[in-house]
Design a protein around this ligand. Structure first.
Ligand code: ADP
Ligand code: MG
Length: 436
């Protein structure tokens, strides 16, 4: 990519709120969609993520969402970040469009000069994380997200895609290195070492952070999953599928923000989603709510974790059983007789068990990074009393440590659901939580 003197790609500039109408006026298809002209449009800045600018534009006939990749981290301007990440968010949307239907916002326009994506405006959707914090019952969020992940990953895996297609994609998404570096460093490395970016609650979580740095068993497991992330190009994954990447109403669910997309282990996506439900469960313990409401909502969260995994598994298996075009992993004519069919059923169960094992591990890694690392989550930040916040975080770390170092204890989703309340007894002393 050509770079202008300021180090940004040729022609790139940051659009401000006031630039948006004139910018949109240059895209005829979007003008038609909004109706009227620039003077009739209203623009709202809705950026609340860490990285990008996002505006909602409304006209007399309709609205759109405009997302621009900024040349730095939005919440940390001294931290440069390649705007090319928008190429991969766009490519992710395009690649998955045939498979996910209305599971993602519709793509309207991509601008490879300003690194801007114009897409369907999701309204009255809210970010799932916000709904969880407010204690809202959103019955479609977990099953729809599970369906999205199954559709996206099955169809881009070796179970469905010929290797030539898959290798082309792997080569393309392997260029998403600026964001993969963030996953490598902030998610998979920082929580187990001392680095300026770590932002755990001080002083209360210092004991946990120090114990992670000195825990050889834990770091051995973490390193194993780092290798999994680097070498297992199982399917096209979202790469950042937490509860802030899902927008919901009571009857509609959309997965947004695929800028971390790459080929990787499917369990990274399923694990990210489950991790955020687990942390929500623990955070609710420190919210000021009537006890009966709290208990009911926590039960609902556990139920959503169960529904999420069951839906993902069923959907993935159904896609596999009904696939008409096979990928290169399991040639259809290998398993046609009775014995073959029985074996294929076993192969499928084993494959899903493998995804489950990765799900458990990556869920743990995602919890650790949200509590020790740089990008803290609102579920915990809304707990103003720092000791209270820390006491709601410690159980997630204790559970995560067990998930990573004792995976044999967590062979199915029931074992996880059982462990979540049990680990709530973990406190600020990491050693005292070892028996849980
Ligand atoms: P970031 O990469 O900075 O995290 P996101 O894609 O998560 O950006 O978007 C940031 C915020 O913008 C979201 O939390 C949501 O509130 C809003 N947003 C993003 N996409 C849409 C959309 N298609 N419709 C409505 N709001 C959106
Ligand atoms: Mg993002």
């Amino acid at each position: 990519m050509d770079k202008a003197q300021d180090g940004h790609p040729e022609g790139y500039r940051v659009l401000t709120h006031d630039d948006i109408p004139a910018y949109i006026a240059g895209v005829p298809a979007i003008v038609a969609q909004l109706g009227g002209g620039p003077a009739d449009w209203t623009v709202r800045d809705v950026a609340d993520g860490n990285l990008n600018a996002v505006y909602l534009v409304d006209g007399p006939a309709g609205g759109v969402c405009v997302k621009q990749a900024l040349p730095y981290v939005r919440v940390h301007h001294d931290w440069p970040l390649a705007v090319e990440r928008a190429l991969f968010e766009h490519a992710y949307m395009v690649r998955l469009d045939p498979f996910v239907g209305r599971g993602a916002p519709q793509l309207y326009h991509f601008d490879p000069t300003l690194f801007t994506i114009v897409m369907e405006k999701l309204e009255p959707h809210i970010i799932l994380r916000k709904g969880l914090i407010e204690g809202r019952h959103l019955p479609k969020a977990a099953p729809d997200t599970a369906t999205f992940i199954a559709n996206a990953t099955f169809n881009t895996s070796d179970l469905a895609a010929p290797f030539e297609r898959k290798f082309e994609d792997i080569a393309h998404f392997a260029r998403n290195q600026a964001l993969l570096r963030i996953t490598m460093d902030l998610v998979l490395t920082d929580p187990y070492r001392e680095v300026w970016r770590n932002r755990y609650v001080r002083p209360h979580m210092e004991g946990w952070a120090a114990s992670f740095r000195s825990d050889i068993e834990l770091k051995t497991a973490v390193a194993r999953h780092r290798i999994g992330f680097l070498t297992n190009t199982q399917a096209l994954i979202h790469g950042d599928l937490h509860s802030g990447s899902v927008m919901v109403t009571e009857d509609d669910t959309r997965v947004i923000d695929g800028e971390f997309a790459s080929y990787g282990p499917i369990g990274l996506d399923t694990g990210a989603f489950i991790a955020n439900l687990i942390m929500s469960w623990y955070a609710h313990g420190a919210y000021d709510r009537p006890e009966a409401d709290r208990r009911a909502y926590r039960d609902w969260i556990l139920e959503q974790i169960a529904i999420f995994w069951a839906t993902f598994r069923d959907r993935f298996l159904t896609l596999w059983e009904n696939a008409t075009e096979a990928g290169d992993a399991y040639p259809a004519d290998y398993f046609t007789d009775t014995a073959g069919k029985a074996r294929l059923a076993t192969i499928r169960r084993d494959y899903l068990d493998g995804i489950f094992a990765d799900t458990v591990a990556f869920a743990a890694l995602k919890m650790n990074r949200r509590i020790i690392g740089y990008a803290q989550i609102a579920d915990y930040l809304v707990i103003e009393d720092l000791e209270r916040r820390a006491r709601a975080q410690a159980p997630a770390l204790a559970l995560a440590r067990a998930l990573l170092t004792r995976p044999e204890r967590f062979a199915d989703i029931a074992a996880i659901l059982d462990a979540i309340p049990r680990f709530e007894r973990a406190g600020l002393d990491p050693d005292a939580a070892r028996h849980l």
